[in-house]
Design a protein. Structure first.
Length: 94
């Protein structure tokens, strides 16, 4: 079942990166792409993300647009990433 958030919620999107042996590793280059509820894709890179520990990077978001969202991480060649996910943002009822 897909995760659902209410418009205005603040969430953390996290990606993990491992080498071919399964060891958490910091890649040289990281890209996070986020497609918001309007279908607009925004690209973030290392300087936009926070490195909380070796191989673990995140970005915090306030979900200001209702709709279907999607995100995915990519890194330099040779590393395995956590990939991405989808979620839904519903209109906040006041």
């Amino acid at each position: 079942m897909a995760t659902t958030y209410t418009q205005g919620s603040r969430i953390r999107i996290t990606g993990t990166f491992k080498d071919s042996a399964g060891v958490l590793t910091n890649p040289t280059t990281i890209t996070l792409k986020v497609r918001d509820g309007d279908g607009v894709i925004t690209t973030y890179n290392n300087i936009d993300l926070t490195n909380s520990s070796t191989g673990v990077w995140f970005k915090d978001f306030t979900l200001s647009i209702a709709g279907a969202w999607k995100f995915w991480f990519a890194s330099t060649a040779g590393l395995v990433t956590a990939g991405g996910s989808e979620f839904t943002v519903t209109v906040a009822l006041v």
